[in-house]
Every structure is written in structure tokens, then in C-alpha cells.
Design a protein around this ligand. Structure first.
Ligand code: SF4
Length: 95
């Protein structure tokens, strides 16, 4: 396995009943990194509209922050390594 695939945690992705609201802080971050337009619409390269819709309902029990984190902010977290079969591979560094 190559070095760039090192991770500390495999975090299960859970699905909430409803679409969750992103905080303004997260929105600003997404906008700054070009993943959200001015209208608040998510635009992530290579991620389909269907997938984005699903992502908005997902969350993880973050082992680093020790609280629930919505999947979208988890996805843009510096610890995010990749997503495989319902799990986030998380580097687990202190945030
Ligand atoms: S990638 Fe970030 S938000 Fe996601 S589980 Fe790891 S530390 Fe938590």
C-alpha cells in the first residue's frame, strides 16, 4: 500500500432521515474552496447531483472531534483520505 493511503480510522457513514443544514461557517469554507456557488449550491468536481443529494443526508461520528459531523464538512476536512464502501478513511490527525 502506498504512503498516500495511510489512515488511522475507518469511520462508518450514517444516514439521517432528513437533509441537514450546513452551518454558515462550513458554507463559507466551501465557497472559498470553490465547492459552492454564491447561491449556496454545492458543486464538487466529479460528484453527481444525485450523490450530492445523498451526501447532504449523511454524517459520521467523528473520532477526532468526538461529535457528529455532516458528511460534507467531513469530505472537505484535511483528515479526509477517501470514501470506500460506506466508510470514510480518516487520517485522524488532531484538528
Ligand atoms: S475526516 Fe475530519 S471530520 Fe471526517 S472523521 Fe476524520 S477528522 Fe472527522
Amino acid at each position: 500500500m502506498s504512503d498516500d493511503l495511510q489512515f488511522k480510522y475507518e469511520v462508518e457513514i450514517k444516514t439521517a432521515d432528513k437533509k441537514q443544514k450546513l452551518t454558515n461557517e462550513v458554507k463559507d469554507e466551501l465557497k472559498a474552496s470553490g465547492m459552492m456557488d454564491e447561491k449556496g449550491k454545492l458543486k464538487i468536481n466529479g460528484v453527481s447531483a444525485k450523490m450530492l443529494k445523498r451526501m447532504k443526508q449523511e454524517f459520521v461520528d467523528c473520532p477526532v472531534l468526538k461529535r457528529e459531523v455532516q458528511f460534507v464538512p467531513c469530505f472537505v476536512c484535511p483528515n479526509f483520505q477517501s470514501r470506500v464502501t460506506g466508510k470514510v478513511l480518516c487520517k485522524g490527525d488532531k484538528l
